[in-house]
Structures are given as C-alpha cells and as structure tokens.
Design a protein around this ligand. Structure first.
Ligand code: C2E
Ligand code: MG
Ligand code: MG
Length: 615
C-alpha cells in the first residue's frame, strides 16, 4: 500500500474520454481486475501483450471522461481535505477541453497536483505544451501505448514527489505561522486571521473581540528560576489558554473557531469570533484570568502567574488590524495598573491619555538641555524657636507648550522611562551648588533636602554620582539630606540598607519621606541608618478632624524621640495644626503656613531675613 504521512491512500485521477482506459489504469494502479473481456482486449491494445500485474501497488483511482469534470473532482477532493496527488490526463478528449487545457485548469485549482499528459503519436509539439503550461517539474509526458511498469513507476515516483512537496510545504507553513516553543499560532498567522475576520465583520456585521494578554510576573520567574522554567511555564500557559477557548467554542462557531496566539515573549492574544456581545468577551477574559492564576507546578517549583487582559471589540474599536491590536495592548496596559488578573475594555480616553503621556515624554527628553527645569525651596522650621532648620528642594518644570507640569505627574513617568537618572542628577547638582553658594555668601542654611527616586538609589553608579557632585560643588556632606520614601525602604531591603549605610559613612543625612504611608515595620526602621522622619501630610490634615490621626501623630512623635530621630511634620497649613504639633513637642514643621516652596530668588530673600547680622 502506498500511503501518505496521514496514512491515506494516495489519490490518482484519470481523465480520459475512453472508459476502457479507466479500467486499465484502475487495474494497474488499484490492483483490480477489469470487469469484462472486451476491456481486457482494450488493455492489450493499450499496454501491449504483457497485461497488468494485479495486486501490485495500490492507489485510490478515480476517473472521469472529460477535462471539466476532472477539474470539478479535483476541487471537491481538495475541499474534502483529500486532494489528488496525481492526474493522468489524455491528450485529446473531444468535445471538451484537451489535455493541455485540462492540466492548466487543474493547476489553477490545485497548484501542486502532479500531471501526466498521455499523448498518441504527435498530438502536441514541445512548443505547444510549453506555450500553455510553461516548464514545470510537475509535468511528465507519456506516449501511448504505455507499459504497465512505466505507469506504475510514474505513479510511484510522482506521488512520492507530491507527498514530499506536501511535507516540506507543511513544515515551512509551520515554521512561518506557528511558534516553535508553544506550538500556538504566531503573530503572522494571528494578524492574517484577524485581517480576514475584520473584513468579514465589516461586510456581514459579525462581531468579534481581540484579547491582549500579558503575564504580570513572568520576568521574575524567568530571572529567578531560569529560562528552562520560564519556557516550560510559557508552554503550560499556552495549553491552559487553548483549553479555556476550546470549551468556549460552540458548534455554530466551528467554521471560525476562536484562536489563541503567542505574539512574542510573554505576550499572548486571543481572537473571539461571532460574539453575542461584550459580555461574552468579558466572560472569556474572566475565565482566562481565573484559570491562568491557578498555581502551576514545574518540577520542584510551584509558580503563580497572573495575567492582565485588554479587550478591543471589532469592528468598532479599530478600522484595521494594527489599530485593533494597539488598542487592545493599551487596554491591557491600563488593566495592569488595576492589579493582578484584571481585564479592561478599550476606551477612547485611553488613547488620549497615551497621547498626552507621549507628548510629555517627548518634551521631558529636552527639558534639561532647554533649561526648563528649576528648583524651588521650601523652608523647614523649628516649631519651638521659629528658626529655619533646612530647605527641601522641589523640582519645577515649565515647558513653553505644556506650561507648568507638577512633579507628581512627571516623576512617575521619568521613573518608568529611565529619565529620572539624568533628572535626579541634575536636581542633586543644582541643589548642592545652590546650597553651597548661599553658605559661602554667609546665608546660613543648616541643610538642603533632596528627593531621591528608587531607580536612582538602586543604580550602580549612585554613590559615585553623589561623590562627584559633592566634590564638584564643594558642599560638605553633612549639609545634604536625601529624602527617600518609606515604600522604597521596603522594596529591596538589603540593597537599600547597604546604600544607606554607605551614605551615612560619608556623613550624608537620610530622611524617610511620606512616613506613615508605606507600612514599614518599626524593627526595620530601627535597623536602618536614618536620621529623620517626615510624617506625611495626610496625618497633619487629620488634626482636629479625628481622634485617629491625632493618636498616630502622638505615637510617631514619641517614637521618633525615643529612637533619637529628627521629626518633620509635612503640610502644616493652619495655626490650629501648628498649635497641636507644638503642644505635642513635634520638633520641626514644613508647610504653607510657614512658607510655600520658593523660587531661588525668593528663597535667598527668605534666608537673608532669617540671617541675623552678627554685627
Ligand atoms: P514631597 O517630597 O513629599 O514634597 C512635599 C510636597 O508637598 C511638595 O509638592 C510641596 O509643594 C507640597 N507641600 C508643602 N507644604 C504643603 C502644604 O502645606 N499643603 C499642601 N497641600 N502641600 C504642601 P510638590 O512640589 O508638588 O512635589 C510633590 C512630590 O514630588 C514630592 O513630595 C516628591 O515626592 C516629588 N518630587 C518633587 N521634586 C522632586 C525631585 O527633585 N525628585 C524626586 N524624585 N521627586 C520629587
Ligand atoms: Mg520630599
Ligand atoms: Mg513628603
């Protein structure tokens, strides 16, 4: 038996206007005896005296009398998923198409079918054949009368060639359209399918959705457990995704089943077709998020990955494939901000926010070079004496196009895109230079506070940058206080502690900013080399409004005193707040009641006022 990889008989089509010849082919190729005597005679006429060898190799042979029927048969066989490998086509088949025309048509519908043109005497010249069919290695010309061996040999050789072609094409197709790690469709196939579905959706109003999935903590798994585990995880996640979808497919949707694809890295996407409405998409998203969030065992490890999902609906959320996918990505990005396993539908406003952010990033990139950054300085006051104890440097950005941009808006963006390193260095240099300049003018500034972001603190060159700036500006280290937020202390406890110790070694002071908002433990605070707590202004705001904030303030004031830490209450706006803090012996304050953040000139004037001439 001659079978393909899929264990099917190779199919051969005979197109010949002489029914007797059909039988001959069948006998030779399918191992069948001709039904009657007259056919046997015909056989000897065609194949010579030797006849056939019944029961030899077997193919599945179909036959038709006319070229047009042959083409129809080939189309149907292909549609059924069982295409013909080879066609024996008679040269002349009046009144229909001749052999050359038939082969041309066959190739049009089945480009890879192998063809044998069976001709008598001088039916065609080589030029005739070439003119219509070109030069193709899918064509063999066989002169009548032919030999059984010839026919068998051709059938073998050509069906094998066809099968090999199919296999190679299959492999190439797999390489081009499937992800080698997970076996899921890749980005190319995904985009092809989406393009097709979007066209259908526009024409017939069939609704669909694209789900964009990103694993929330894949990078951590990959970094900590190694790429082997990472790869395994991606495979398992892919399988889980496919499982989820398969159960969602209904019989009616089988013509365009839902599809999961790996777009690259830990990004996956799903196409849902023939949606009843957004709710169905939300249901699938929820099922995917729940299913994927279950713990996964890989070898000795158990990992939990959660997934953020963004959803776009088509046709309404994008006129083309690229927009649909971009918007789904955008929705995913927004979903990620909402915590693990969240999903969100795309909304127009997301694009507006992104545009705004992109403009901001664009301008921020040039802010230093264009001298758009400045520092304001907010005085810190000793409550008991009313004297200045320090000033906090606060970043200001004034852009000709965007106007004033708050640090609350620009710092998180700069932290995310890495610009914070350059900006932070600029702030440090500027603040240190200014503080030393004032000091040298005889304007006593006990210390200058500079806010530091986590990426700065974690950067390998941070201490070197500080040393360089202090050396360049000449500011004595004890006049510099770096403000780190409470949450930073918790993010990488060992790394942060080491850097803080190095700062302490240089005589630089460290303040914990926004204290009370970051859930740090007292034990941890005790172990860290810090000098000052800046209690967050939300507690100060609560003074005279509620017992709770007041008791927290009391506790923090007592704690700071017992730990020998300085304490600054932030955001003091009213005399009531100041009085409360004074009676509780809070040592230092900062807030609008005493002074707003001041421009350099204003700050200088403030310092001059404070400065009692030593006549
Ligand atoms: P922060 O370090 O806690 O700074 C105090 C913020 O509270 C400042 O806001 C200040 O203007 C404001 N403030 C001071 N007194 C009062 C008051 O009485 N009432 C109210 N409602 N607010 C008051 P600003 O300047 O907008 O800065 C906001 C945050 O941006 C800062 O909070 C800090 O976290 C960050 N930031 C500012 N400059 C820099 C910088 O150079 N580098 C870094 N990494 N972050 C900075
Ligand atoms: Mg601060
Ligand atoms: Mg603060």
């Amino acid at each position: 038996m001659v079978r393909t990889e899929t264990d099917q008989l190779h199919r051969i089509l005979v197109v010949d206007d002489n029914p007797a010849i059909h039988e001959d082919f069948r006998k030779t190729l399918a191992g069948k005896k001709p039904a009657d005597r007259s056919l046997l005679d015909m056989e000897s006429e065609l194949f010579g005296a030797q006849g056939s060898e019944p029961g030899a190799d077997t193919f599945q042979v179909d036959s038709v009398l006319q070229g047009r029927d042959g083409v129809d048969r080939a189309v149907r066989a292909r549609a059924d998923g069982r295409p013909y490998a080879l066609a024996f086509v008679d040269g002349r088949m009046p009144p229909g198409m001749d052999g050359i025309q038939t082969i041309k048509e066959l190739w049009r519908v089945c480009p890879d079918i192998q063809a044998v043109l069976c001709t008598a005497y001088a039916d065609y010249s080589w030029q005739d054949i070439q003119k219509t069919l070109g030069t193709s290695d899918n064509l063999v010309i066989l002169k009548k009368p032919f030999d059984t061996v010839e026919v068998l040999q051709l059938a073998h050789a050509l069906t094998r060639k066809w099968a090999l072609d199919q296999e190679i094409q299959g492999r190439l197709h797999k390489l081009a359209y499937y992800d080698t790690l997970t076996d899921l469709p890749n980005r190319t196939l995904f985009l092809d399918r989406l393009e097709h579905l979007l066209r259908l959706s526009k024409r017939y109003g069939r609704a669909g959705a694209v789900l964009f999935l990103d694993l929330d903590n894949f990078k951590r798994v990959n970094d900590s457990l190694g790429h082997g585990v990472g790869d395994e995880l991606l495979k398992i996640v892919s399988r889980k995704m496919s499982d989820c979808l398969r159960s969602a497919v209904t019989i009616a949707r089988l013509d365009q089943p839902d599809m999961a694809a790996r777009l690259g890295g830990d990004e996956f996407a799903v196409i849902l077709t023939d949606l009843e409405g957004p709710d169905s998409a939300a249901n699938v998203a929820m099922r995917l998020a729940d299913h994927l969030a279950k713990p996964i065992d890989i070898g000795a490890h158990q990992v939990i990955v959660t997934t953020s999902i963004g959803i776009t609906l088509f046709p309404q959320d994008g006129n083309d494939v690229a927009t649909l996918l971009r918007n789904a990505d955008l929705a995913m990005y927004n979903a990620k901000q909402n915590g693990p396993s969240a999903f969100l539908f795309y909304q127009e406003s997301m694009n507006v926010a992104v545009q705004k952010r992109m403009t901001l990033e664009h301008h921020l990139g040039r802010a230093i070079a264009n001298n758009e950054l400045t520092l304001h300085y907010q005085p810190q006051i000793n409550l008991a004496t009313g004297r200045l104890v320090g000033m906090e440097a606060l970043l200001r950005w004034d852009n000709p196009e965007l106007g004033q941009v708050s640090p609350l808006e620009l710092i998180p963006i700069a932290e995310e895109n890495g610009m914070i390193l350059a900006i932070g260095e600029w702030v440090l240099r500027r603040a240190c230079a200014q503080a030393w300049d004032w000091t040298q003018q005889g304007l006593a500034l006990p210390r200058v506070g500079v806010n530091i972001s986590l990426p700065q603190l974690m950067h390998a060159g941070f201490l070197r940058t500080i040393d360089t700036i202090l050396a360049e500006t000449g500011l004595p280290p004890h006049l510099l206080e770096l403000e780190v937020t409470e949450s930073m202390l918790m993010s990488d406890p060992d790394g942060v502690a080491q850097t803080l110790r190095a700062l302490k070694g240089r005589g630089i002071q460290v303040a914990v900013d926004d204290f009370g908002t970051g859930y740090s433990s007292l034990g941890r605070l005790r172990d860290l080399p810090i000098d000052c707590l800046k209690i967050d202004r939300c507690f100060v705001r609560g003074i005279s409004m509620g017992q709770r904030d007041e008791s927290i303030l009391n506790a923090v004031i007592t704690m700071a005193a017992s730990m020998n830490l300085r304490l600054v209450a932030e955001g003091v706006e009213t005399t009531g707040q100041a009085d409360f803090l004074r009676t509780r012996h809070c040592p230092e304050v900062q807030g609008y009641l005493f002074s707003h953040p001041l421009s350099t000139d204003q700050a200088e004037a403030f310092l001059r006022e404070q400065c009692i001439p030593s006549s």
